[in-house]
Write a protein that binds this ligand. Structure first.
Ligand SMILES: Nc1ncnc2c1ncn2[C@@H]1O[C@H](COP(=O)(O)OP(=O)(O)OP(=O)(O)O)[C@@H](O)[C@H]1O
Length: 297
C-alpha cells in the first residue's frame, strides 16, 4: 500500500448544457478513511462520483483514483476493476436469483472473502432463491453491499447507500462500513443524512451548487469550529468580519453569528474591541451544514 491519495481532483468541473453541475472541485482523499460527501439534493454529488468512476467525462479539470487518470478511457477501466461501487440504481442483474448473482460475481474476484459473504447473508437475511428483480429496494441495496464488500476492495464508493433502508438496516450498513475501514478499505460515500456522516466519517467534504464549501476532518470540525455570536450596541455600525478563520457570517439586526474554523480568540478580541457582547458556543455537523449551504450561490 502506498501513501498516495486514493482520490485526488484538481479543478474538476462538469456542465450539462447551461447547468454547472460541478464547479472547480479540488480535494484529496487519504487512504484508510471514511469520507462523507455531503450536499443537498442536486448539489453535484452523483455527477462527481460518476466522473471519479469514468462514467462521465469532466468538462474541465483533472482527477485521479488509485493513481489512475479518470479522464483516460483505458485507465478508468482499471478504476472500475479495482474499486467497488454501489450506485443509486445498484446495477444488478434482475433475471438472476440472489444466490446465482452472488456465485456469478464471486467467480470474477480471486480475493473474494467467503466469511464476509456468509456474515452479510446472515445479517441481511437475503432470500437466496428469489429473483433479484422481485426483491425490495432495501434488499437490493443490501445485496449490492454484500457483492461490493465481499470483494474486499481498496476503495468503495457509495452513492447515497442508505436511501430506501429502514433504521435497523441503516445501522447495519454503518457498522459494515466501519468494519471494512478497519480492514483497510477506504470508504467514500455521498449522503444528505447528517447523522450518518457524523456517526462514522473521519473526513467531511461538503458540496453546494457544485462547489466545495468544506473539507475537514470531522474531529477538527467538532473540536475547533465555533459559533461566535456578537451583539453590537445600538449606535454602532455592524463591522465586516473579514478575519482569518471566519467561514460564514450571518447578520440579523444588531446580532452577527460568525462561524469560525480557527482564530476564535482573534475574532473574539476583535468583537470585544467594538464593545460588543460576545458568546462562543460549540457546533455540530448539522449546524455547520445548514450554515454552509443556506443562501450560497
Ligand atoms: N444528465 C443530466 N442532464 C442534465 N442535468 C443534469 C444531469 N445529471 C445531473 N444534472 C443536474 O446537475 C446538478 C447536479 O446533479 P447531481 O445528480 O449530481 O446532484 P446530487 O447532489 O447527486 O443530487 P441528489 O442528492 O438529488 O441525488 C442538478 O442540477 C441536476 O439537475
Amino acid at each position: 500500500m502506498t501513501d498516495d491519495p486514493i482520490i485526488e481532483t484538481r479543478g474538476l468541473s462538469r456542465r450539462y448544457g447551461r447547468v454547472e453541475a460541478v464547479r472547480d472541485l479540488s480535494f484529496t482523499v487519504e487512504r484508510g478513511q471514511i469520507t462523507g460527501f455531503l450536499g443537498r439534493n442536486g448539489a453535484g454529488k452523483s455527477t462527481t462520483i460518476k466522473m471519479l468512476l469514468g462514467m462521465i467525462r469532466p468538462t474541465a479539470g483533472t482527477g485521479r483514483v488509485l493513481g489512475y487518470d479518470i479522464d483516460d478511457p483505458v485507465q478508468s477501466v482499471q478504476i472500475r476493476r479495482r474499486i467497488a461501487y454501489v450506485g443509486e440504481d445498484k446495477g444488478l442483474y434482475g433475471y438472476m436469483s440472489v444466490g446465482e448473482l452472488i456465485r456469478f460475481t464471486r467467480s470474477f474476484y480471486p480475493d473474494w472473502q467467503p466469511q464476509i459473504e456468509a456474515r452479510l447473508l446472515q445479517d441481511y437475511q437475503l432470500p437466496l432463491g428469489r429473483k433479484v428483480k422481485a426483491i425490495s429496494k432495501g434488499m437490493r441495496t443490501k445485496l449490492a453491499l454484500l457483492l461490493a464488500l465481499a470483494r474486499r476492495p481498496e476503495l468503495i464508493i457509495l452513492d447515497e447507500p442508505s436511501e430506501g433502508l429502514d433504521p435497523v438496516s441503516i445501522e447495519e450498513l454503518l457498522q459494515a462500513l466501519q468494519e471494512i475501514r478497519a480492514g483497510g478499505t477506504s470508504v467514500f460515500f455521498s449522503s444528505h443524512q447528517l447523522s450518518e456522516v457524523e456517526q462514522i466519517a473521519d473526513r467531511v467534504l461538503m458540496i453546494d451548487h457544485g462547489r466545495l464549501v468544506m473539507d475537514t476532518l470531522l474531529s477538527n470540525l467538532l473540536n475547533n469550529y465555533r459559533n461566535i455570536t456578537v451583539e453590537i450596541a445600538a449606535q454602532e455600525p455592524m463591522p465586516a468580519f473579514s478575519l482569518a478563520g471566519v467561514e460564514r457570517t450571518r447578520v440579523t439586526g444588531r446580532q452577527a453569528r460568525v462561524l469560525a474554523s480557527s482564530n476564535v480568540e482573534g475574532i473574539v478580541d476583535y468583537a470585544r474591541a467594538l464593545s460588543a457582547t460576545v458568546q462562543v458556543t460549540p457546533v455540530n455537523l448539522r449546524e455547520v451544514f445548514l450554515d454552509m449551504v443556506r443562501d450560497t450561490t
